[in-house]
Design a protein around this ligand. Structure first.
Ligand code: FAD
Ligand code: UDP
Length: 368
């Protein structure tokens, strides 16, 4: 049979599009080169621990958008987890993003909210229009805090000088002059009660899924099997790197089971200093305070960052990338019967809610 849609990638973009197409009465086949659905949001119960581990790093769902929140709640319930991140610098633990507590602890002061602006104003570098990560950081927090908490971490994470990263990467983090220490300010936030994979099981209910299938090994066949292909893999790979490679950052995870109740007392601990090779340690049991876990057991996951264009996770989006991307996008608009979507195909630093929003929008346009 010929399907209406062949969807390459069972991550959020592919799953939402598939779900919407099926609901509109279309026939859909989903393929993924991995052995599981869920893309980078995939989670599983770790051995006999009853601890849900997000295999590709801790994922916190957060959004301000009513429609997206309502949509995702069709497929799961959320717990009341509120994300707080700590960072270790020179063996001391601070709150991240930078808030009044971080500033006071770092400078060993007791500034009040109405004093901190003037204090920081003296530290800030006056840069009228910050052009990159470093300039934005220096103009918001000043050099001391930048060098302690951002410079080393960002060099470890992106393997490039923060001057070569867009200012928008720094702008992802809030900066606060109160003691408010939540990582996100969104109206809705939480972790799906059973982890992320059950969401994908429900979205893809009744839809055939073929795993371990790489689009590039079956390209011709897949185009024959469907009228339209929805492609959520990397855009440069789709075009066989014809115009050159885009820069991608990759991540590697090292998982360890430990016979101890609690390793670090929080779900994510960042490590700001370059002497420590990993960027952060995840301890997933702290994401589910509502659950009972196997006693005297915890799982920790060390996250290492590396540049690997063959295993794309994060678009680097450096200046040279933007020019190449624009040319690939122009080629994409000329492809017939192919839709491109998601973090890899759009080369966008999307969070989950943004990918869901984008898939809903593109599906609505396509299926109208
Ligand atoms: P993906 O999840 O990457 O799915 C794409 C799928 O396509 C993959 O399964 C891949 O195997 C498949 N594919 C690719 N090429 C091919 C091919 N040639 N053939 C067949 N299949 C192919 N977002 C948040 O909102 N909150 C967070 O806390 C958060 N934390 C994150 C932490 C980390 C470490 C990372 C990496 C991301 C994080 N994100 C977070 C972002 C979130 O993971 C993404 O927004 C989301 O997964 C993107 O969905 P997607 O469908 O676009 O891509
Ligand atoms: N960042 C940093 N120190 C930290 C946390 C973040 O320098 O302790 C920088 C880093 O460059 C990162 C960016 O701020 O890429 C945005 O942080 P976010 O948590 O959004 O990054 P993600 O977890 O998505 O990689």
């Amino acid at each position: 049979m010929q399907y209406d849609y062949i969807i390459v990638g069972a991550g959020f973009f592919g799953a939402v599009f598939a779900q919407q197409a099926k609901e509109a009465g279309k026939s859909v086949l989903v393929v993924d080169r991995r052995k599981h659905i869920g893309g980078n949001c995939y989670s599983e119960n770790f051995e006999d621990t009853n601890i849900v581990v997000h295999l590709y790093g801790t994922h916190i769902f957060h959004t301000n958008n009513e429609e997206i929140w309502k949509y995702i709640n069709r497929f799961t319930e959320f717990n009341r987890y509120q994300h707080r991140v700590l960072t270790t610098h020179k063996d001391r633990v601070y709150a991240m993003p930078i808030n009044l507590g971080t500033i006071n602890q770092f400078y060993n002061l007791n500034l009040k909210p109405n004093e901190v602006e003037a204090f920081l104003e003296a530290k800030r570098e006056k840069i009228a229009q910050p052009q990159n990560f470093e300039e934005r950081a220096l103009s918001v927090v000043g050099r001391d805090l930048y060098e302690a908490f951002f410079k080393g971490y960002t060099m470890k994470q992106w393997a490039r000088d923060p001057r070569d990263l867009p200012a928008s990467v720094f702008a992802r983090l809030p900066f606060r002059t109160t003691f408010h220490d939540s990582y996100f300010d969104d109206k809705y936030q939480g972790i799906p009660l059973g982890g992320y994979t059950p969401i994908f099981d429900r979205m893809l209910e009744g839809i055939p899924v073929e795993l371990g299938v790489d689009y590039f090994a079956h390209r011709e066949d897949l185009h024959k099997r469907g009228r339209t292909v929805v492609y959520t893999g990397a855009i440069d790979q789709y075009f066989n790197y014809e115009l050159g490679r885009l820069n991608w950052r990759s991540v590697r995870f090292e998982t360890e089971r430990r016979a101890q109740e609690d390793f670090q007392g929080t779900s994510v601990m960042n490590y700001a200093d370059t002497e420590i090779p990993f960027t952060r340690i995840h301890e997933p049991k702290h994401l589910h305070l509502e659950k009972t876990h196997t006693p005297n057991t915890t799982i920790i996951v060390r996250e290492y960052s590396l540049m690997d264009n063959d295993r794309p996770y994060y678009p680097v989006n450096a200046e040279e990338d933007r020019a190449t991307l624009a040319r690939y996008q122009a080629m994409a608009t000329k492809e017939r019967n192919v839709l491109f979507g998601g973090r890899l195909a759009e080369y966008k630093y999307y969070d989950m809610h943004q990918v869901i929003g984008s898939a809903l929008q593109k599906a609505r346009r396509e299926l109208a």
